[in-house]
Design a protein around this ligand. Structure first.
Ligand code: NAI
Length: 356
């Protein structure tokens, strides 16, 4: 199939558009979401955006950091594409991202990390998927000052959440014909919490996916092996904090944060967003790489295709993927990847190849 061939515009126009919540976010968020919107429009993706605010942008408009109407809109439409939201360090409001994931019970964060043609890195054939538990662990945000100079943070692990993320990871791996699931843990030290995490993974594996290759590694040794040779791993199953850290580590294998997408998936709703943050150091300069959010939008189109039976979404996603791969292979890159294009110019390069 020629993936660059446009899907018939008659087919697209006759199809009902999917209403998707768009949260531009903070920092580079509005720049990269604008680029992605233009590319999806050029690809004639059947999407009707319903824009809502969150983060500093919401505060600046006199709203809560996570306005109830934003949450309600995601619940109503079931799918959102989200730009990054800034979280103050060491003070201020708690992370909107963490709140959103908890309130919508988006318990599975899935982050594919793949080498890209035209983006040379130390390892050329990386193909990893990080599955991160998204609702508990040390990100439960239960912190207290016991007495002056002594503070604590509570790490929460429940059997229910550990079991459901393990089941999600194995099911995903089996359906996608992946090679292996590896759990990184620290159950030698955190015997109860990480102990619970690996025990639940072991039980799900034994009872439901017995023949699927499964491995456990203590996280420090696992990270060492990872930087020696990431190709020995396939799907990584991690609790919340480890998943956050290892996602950025893995981004470094394939060109950095500008090229790693993500999805936060629950039983009812799904929010698609890049792994990167709001990048205040480059915000407003028009140089951010929109690719990570574009890849997240392709994941979103695949999700719409799978959950709503709209095959055109998957086809359009494939066309967009072919177009950005072609742009990269032609040397059309933003500065984080060693190129000279700005955000809008990279979007133009993708659009040109969609139409080519
Ligand atoms: P960051 O991911 O925003 O930036 C780290 C480095 O990567 C910076 O040098 C930045 O310029 C670069 N970078 C990130 N995305 C890029 C892109 N698309 N193109 C080119 N370069 C890019 O991480 P940082 O600085 O730790 O966090 C900044 C803010 O973002 C914080 O407030 C943090 O809480 C928030 N954050 C939000 C996330 C979300 O909304 N899902 C995820 C991670 C962080």
């Amino acid at each position: 199939m020629d993936l660059r061939r446009p899907v018939s515009s008659i087919t697209v126009r006759s199809m009902k558009a999917h209403r998707v919540v768009l949260i531009p976010g903070d920092g580079i968020g509005p720049e990269v979401t604008e680029a992605v919107k233009r590319i999806l429009a050029a690809a004639e993706a059947p999407i009707e955006w319903v824009q809502h605010l969150a983060g500093l942008a919401a505060l600046a408009n006199g709203k809560d950091v996570l306005p109830p109407e934003t949450l309600a809109a995601v619940r109503e439409h079931g799918v959102a594409l989200k730009g990054p939201c800034t979280t103050p360090v060491g003070k201020g409001f708690s992370s909107i991202n963490v709140q959103l994931r908890k309130k919508l019970n988006l318990y599975a964060a899935v982050r594919p990390v793949r080498s890209l043609e035209g983006v040379p890195t130390r390892f050329s054939n990386v193909d990893l998927v990080i599955v991160r538990e998204n609702t508990e662990g040390l990100y439960s945000g239960i912190e207290s000052e016991v007495t002056t100079g002594v503070v604590t943070s509570m790490k929460v692990a429940t059997e229910t959440a550990c079991t459901r993320i393990a089941r999600w990871a194995f099911r995903y791996s089996q359906q996608r014909r992946r090679r292996k699931v590896t759990v990184f843990h620290k159950a030698n030290i955190m015997k109860l919490t990480d102990g619970m995490f690996i025990r639940c993974a072991q039980q799900v594996h034994e009872k439901e996916f017995g023949s699927f290759p499964y491995q456990e590694l203590i996280i420090d040794a696992g990270c060492m092996r990872m930087v020696q040779d990431p190709t020995q791993f396939d799907v990584l199953l991690l609790e919340n904090l480890y998943g956050d850290v290892v996602s950025d580590l893995c981004a470094g294998f394939v060109g950095g944060l500008g090229v790693v997408p993500g999805a936060n998936i629950g039983e009812e709703d799904a929010v698609f967003e890049a792994v990167h943050g709001s990048a205040p150091d480059i915000a407003g300069k028009g140089i951010a790489n929109p690719l990570a959010l574009l890849m997240s939008a392709v994941m979103m189109l695949n999700h719409l295709g799978d959950t709503r039976g709209d095959t055109s979404c998957r086809q359009i996603g494939q066309r967009i993927k072919a177009a950005y791969n072609c742009a990269l292979a032609d040397g059309q890159k933003t500065s984080d990847l060693g190129g000279s294009l700005g955000t809008a110019q990279f979007a133009d390069a993708v659009i040109e190849r969609l139409r080519g």
